[in-house]
Design a protein around this ligand. Structure first.
Ligand code: SAH
Ligand code: SF4
Ligand code: F3S
Length: 438
């Protein structure tokens, strides 16, 4: 039997698209290879959000060269956001002449056809298409999901926000919402198959339906409809842009037990000058008001965020605003990045770039502050009751996750079932894990 190996980089979108690639390959009779050396088809599903991501990918593609030398029949394909960039397919091929197929983030669905064409012609294929809109499941091939409990469901593609640092709108195209009935059918099917946590995916889920293509179904309505489906499950979504998280959505989350009380709300920066230069369309004050509103409706919600340090023009005072903001909000979790210049974005041309040494200093400092806050908040969870999905069982503990995504180790005082939710009393917080008992 022929086999495949997929390298996946980047966000949940890419993770989910790799599930599609696996589905296509398995429908063609390929099986998952134990290691890349033995695979007949190797796919790199790439990301280009930061330069560090690209460097890592290029290194990993380079490492295929000696393997391919020994195995001339191995097919190497590169797809995803990195290959979607202008002239990238040709550049990749020049750098790595052993690449056989390149295609973009928006035509994953057609990988099967590209593979057939390649096998027929045995000639390098460049299938990156710039004006193509992502098409979901045109082939009808199912996704191959490797986690039996957690499932991703796309609700929209692309992004219209053009934050000035970000390459996503250039490589993923304009926003397009998926038809509500298709989403409902997919979620129902996943629930029937036993999936317990459904995560709705989009770069900016709050603008679902605003393109007028969903017959008036907005994000709040979509969430509410799914939350009313039968069965025991948890509904999550990402990512929410603070500028259009409506009161209606907040109230739907608050009212529905099945919707996770854990929200990822990327703030990016605390300085109004920097937020404006980033084109985020809200101020620090707007954001803090929004957080207050969310917490007034759901006092126990856990919040997480994304932050960029060292955006062009970020002064010490601007950076201090970010520090102030994270101290005020107190996130359970924050993903903190150093600004990375991206080709073709507006910020690339800004002339007040921050030196790497300063960026390093700021990220180091901010990570330390955030770490302390996270530790305090998780310690405060001791004595609370958390709803936990049991994922596995080892000799000493059941292991599961709370809604915040935090691992919970549960003493084996009584029989529990993998794939079920339990209310767990938190007894302690040790070495990054919550320890609890049913
Ligand atoms: N659509 C999502 C996030 C997409 S990218 C949103 O708007 O929240 C994930 C994160 O990567 C962003 O939130 C941002 O913090 C970070 N990011 C994006 N472009 C970046 C860049 N050029 N340099 C550093 N971090 C970046
Ligand atoms: Fe990038 Fe901004 Fe769109 Fe998120 S909302 S994908 S950060 S442009
Ligand atoms: Fe990366 Fe593309 Fe996601 S650039 S972060 S894989 S949308």
């Amino acid at each position: 039997m022929k086999s495949y190996y997929i390298y996946t980089y980047g966000c949940q979108m890419n993770v989910h698209e790799s599930e599609k690639l696996a589905g296509i390959l398995e429908s063609k009779g390929y099986e998952h290879a134990e290691c890349v050396e033995s695979a007949d088809v190797v796919v790199f599903n790439t990301c280009c959000i930061r330069e560090s991501a690209e460097q890592k990918i290029l290194g990993n593609i380079g490492a295929i060269k000696p393997i391919k030398k020994k195995r001339k029949d191995m097919i190497v394909a590169v797809c995803g956001c990195m290959s979607q960039q202008k002239d990238m397919a040709a550049n990749l091929r020049k750098k790595f002449p052993f690449i056989d197929i390149v295609f973009g983030a928006n035509n994953v669905e057609f990988f099967g056809e590209y593979l057939d064409t390649y096998l027929e012609q045995k000639k390098f294929l460049n299938k990156v298409e710039n004006d193509k809109q992502y098409i979901e499941n045109a082939s009808g091939v199912p996704f191959v999901r490797d986690n039996p409990l957690y499932a991703y469901v796309n609700i929209m593609y692309g992004c219209n926000n053009f934050c000035t640092y970000c390459i996503v709108p250039y490589v993923r195209g304009r926003e397009k919402s998926r038809a509500p009935n298709e989403i409902y059918a997919e979620v129902k099917n996943l629930l029937n198959l036993g999936y317990k946590v459904i995560t709705l995916l989009g770069q900016n889920v709050n603008s679902y339906g605003l393109d007028g293509s969903t017959g008036g179904v907005n994000f709040a309505k979509l969430l509410e409809t799914i939350a009313n489906f039968d069965g025991e499950f948890e509904l999550r979504f990402m990512t929410s842009h603070p500028k259009d998280l409506s009161d209606e959505v907040i109230s739907v989350i608050a009212k529905n037990d099945k919707i996770s009380k854990s929200l990822h709300l990327p703030v990016q920066a605390g300085s109004n000058k920097i937020l404006k230069a980033m084109n985020r369309s809200y101020t620090k004050e707007d954001y803090l008001l929004l957080v207050n509103k969310i917490r007034a409706a759901m006092p126990n919600i856990t919040l997480s965020t994304d932050i960029i340090v060292g955006f062009p023009g970020e002064s010490d005072e601007d950076y201090a605003e970010t520090v102030d903001l994270i101290k005020k909000v107190r996130y359970h979790n924050a993903f903190i990045f150093m600004y990375s210049k991206r080709r073709g974005t507006i910020a690339e041309k800004m002339d007040n770039q921050v030196p790497l040494t300063v960026k390093r200093e700021r990220i180091h400092n901010l990570l330390e502050i955030q770490h302390k806050i996270s530790e305090e908040l998780f310690t405060e969870m001791v004595n609370s009751t958390q709803r936990v999905l049991i994922e596995e069982e080892d000799l000493k503990y059941y292991r599961g996750k709370a809604q915040s995504g935090k691992v919970v180790l549960i003493e084996k005082s009584q029989k529990m079932l993998v794939g079920k939710f339990y209310d767990i009393k938190i007894l302690s917080y040790e070495k990054g894990n919550l320890i609890g008992r049913i």
